[in-house]
Design a protein around this ligand. Structure first.
Ligand code: PLP
Length: 247
């Protein structure tokens, strides 16, 4: 191996193993408290700002799902990990510009951040060359602030209304409408945010019964997200350590 970033020192591996054990215990406890089956919650290790070697080490510890939020960083990392013969499921969780769709569909298995009809169409077109449909989650704005991203529940806006965006995904033969994603808005208690999200998700599933994924909860609020039905939690800092910069 020529690229030293794809190897990990034993002390780093031990650090990751300890973080992973803690996060797994938190998820198991939260499932027990909520009366939910542990198998119904998938942990996505959010590896943004951390090197490919950390992804390989986590995969070696049994992590199957990895999340990234910037295409430029993720594309190279995914290639390095693939070159090492390891193939986790890659989740793209960050704000996505349409001109990056073509790159993202090459390595991503799931895109969590579809929040406009235009982005859904760009992804649908870009995914045409894939062997399998791309799983797409519609990102929901919990506080209805369109400036911060997320489709708007209850809005018929033809560009960013939740239902028009979901229809654009569902109508695309190259995308599979898998469910919803959200981030708790700044300044909202997680209980309030995820209770609201659970209502939106319940209404959504009555229209789209196959779209059962609910991606919610991060290092600081994963227990509350699980209490309110999250099927995917996106965990970065609790697993890998504090990131040097906010991204
Ligand atoms: C970075 C990020 C996370 C992980 O956040 P932590 O607080 O480090 O667990 C989850 N979701 C999204 C969309 C992110 O960008």
């Amino acid at each position: 191996m020529t690229d030293s970033s794809a190897t990990v020192r034993p002390d780093r591996r031990a650090e990751l193993a300890a973080g992973l054990a803690q996060v797994r215990a938190r998820i198991a406890d939260a499932c027990a408290v909520a009366g939910r089956d542990r198998a119904d919650v998938t942990m996505i290790a959010v590896t943004k700002t951390y090197p490919a070697g950390d992804v390989l080490a986590l995969a070696g510890l049994g992590v199957t799902d990895v999340g990234e939020n910037r295409d430029q960083e993720a594309a190279g990392k995914a290639a390095e990990v693939a070159a090492a013969g390891v193939s986790p499921r890659w989740h793209f969780i960050g704000q996505l510009q349409r001109n990056k769709a073509r790159s993202v569909v090459r390595y991503a298995d799931v895109v969590h951040s579809v929040d406009s009809v235009r982005l859904a169409r760009a992804l649908g077109t870009a995914a045409a060359g894939r062997e399998r449909p791309l799983d797409a989650l519609v990102q929901v704005s919990i506080d209805g602030d369109p400036a911060r991203g997320g489709a708007l529940p209850g809005s018929a806006d033809p560009g960013v209304g939740l239902e028009p965006v979901a229809e654009a995904v569902a109508d695309s033969p190259t995308l599979r409408l898998a469910g919803l994603m959200a981030v708790a808005p700044l300044g909202w208690a997680p209980e309030r945010a995820f209770a609201r999200l659970a209502e939106v998700a319940e209404a959504f599933r009555s229209v789209h019964p196959g779209a059962v994924a609910l991606s919610a909860g991060m290092s600081g609020d994963l227990e509350i997200a699980i209490q309110y039905g999250a099927t995917h939690v996106r965990v970065g800092s609790a697993l890998l350590g504090m990131r040097p910069t906010l991204r």
